[in-house]
Design a protein around this ligand. Structure first.
Ligand SMILES: NC(=O)c1ccc[n+]([C@@H]2O[C@H](COP(=O)([O-])OP(=O)(O)OC[C@H]3O[C@@H](n4cnc5c(N)ncnc54)[C@H](OP(=O)(O)O)[C@@H]3O)[C@@H](O)[C@H]2O)c1
Length: 289
């Protein structure tokens, strides 16, 4: 698999998003473990998770613990795998997503995540979403302290706009490693943030890179230019979408979610596909939609 730089780590250009394996509609554990192992077999070395990826009350960290178990039972290159988690979202158990950007809460949540992952420190930890009740600098400041204390090795932010990315970069003293924002043919409005990350030397991690759970299957019918390129090459429209995202910059690392091995195997194949200038030009109008 093509490799990309994520701060001080090198990871496969396509990561695995863990959310579909832990929220509503999740599969049984055996299928989830098979999905994670299939990703690792395909050369995936970045797995994205969050303490809020769970369904029921009282099971915060369901996805983190699942990934930890999958790595324990994987016999090969697991020391190369970077597990990236997040804190700042909570799920009360009624199907909603609430926010908590309180610095003391974020620090305590990070320590619980490290414990669930069975690690002394978290490889990459991301502030999940700005909390309008808490100054952004205070929430991100908790991540600066976690870096200083060695609880986390690298810090990222998620769902951040251009101003917030610049602020996070300052608060972290230039140690912002990544920005994880929604980005796909169905959601291009974070292209400014993607470009800013390129300028700052920060990785950009598109979330829901195929358009999201329940919508990824028909990305080709909803965005026909991707289907046309896919048909011409004899590959899936999903691979074209991911290859297009990779083609937007060397700092872009998509994390397609999966709950079955076949999905991540197809997605991982996108890292071997380099779209031509002509193909990128055909897809360019997507950014103006
Ligand atoms: N930071 C945030 O606020 C935030 C928000 C949302 C998501 N995320 C992260 O981003 C990750 C990805 O987003 P997402 O899971 O919401 O959406 P997504 O990656 O756009 O779509 C996920 C769905 O796509 C299907 N899929 C994957 N590869 C496929 C392929 N090659 N062909 C056909 N279908 C394919 C999977 O189906 P199967 O389930 O059937 O395998 C999966 O359910 C999440 O898992 C999570 O880690 C972060």
């Amino acid at each position: 698999m093509e490799q990309r730089q994520l701060g001080k780590r090198t990871v496969g250009a396509i990561g695995l998003g863990g959310m579909p394996m832990s929220i509503e509609g999740r599969p049984d554990e055996a299928r989830s473990i098979a999905t994670i192992h299939a990703a690792l077999d395909a050369g995936v070395t970045l797995i994205d998770t969050a303490d809020a990826y769970h369904q029921h009350p009282g099971e915060a960290g369901h996805n983190e613990a699942l990934i930890a178990r999958a790595l324990v039972s994987y016999p090969h290159h697991k020391s190369e795998v970077l597990v990236a988690s997040k804190a700042g979202h909570v799920r009360p158990g009624d199907g909603t997503w609430a926010i908590n950007g309180d610095p003391a809460y974020l620090k305590q949540a990070a320590k619980a995540t490290a414990q669930r992952l069975g690690r002394d420190s978290i490889g990459l930890h991301q502030f999940h979403r700005p909390d309008p009740r808490v100054p952004y600098a205070d929430s991100v400041g908790a991540f600066a302290e976690l870096l200083d204390e060695g609880v986390i090795e690298m810090a990222g932010v998620s769902n951040a706009n251009v101003e917030q990315i610049r602020e996070a970069h300052d608060v972290l003293g230039g140690r912002l490693t990544s920005v994880q924002n929604q980005f796909s043919p169905a959601f291009v409005s974070s292209y400014d943030e993607l470009e800013l990350c390129g300028e700052l030397g920060v990785a950009f991690i598109p979330w829901s890179p195929l358009g999201g759970i329940g919508k990824a299957g028909d990305v080709g019918t909803r965005f026909l230019p991707f289907q046309h390129v896919a048909d011409a090459r004899g590959i899936s429209a999903q691979q074209v979408v991911l290859a297009w995202e990779l083609g937007l910059g060397d700092h872009v690392i998509p994390i397609p979610g999966a709950s079955r091995p076949s999905s991540i195997l197809d997605s991982a194949g996108a890292s071997e596909i380099t779209l031509t200038d002509d193909e990128m030009e055909q897809l360019r109008p997507t950014l103006d939609a």
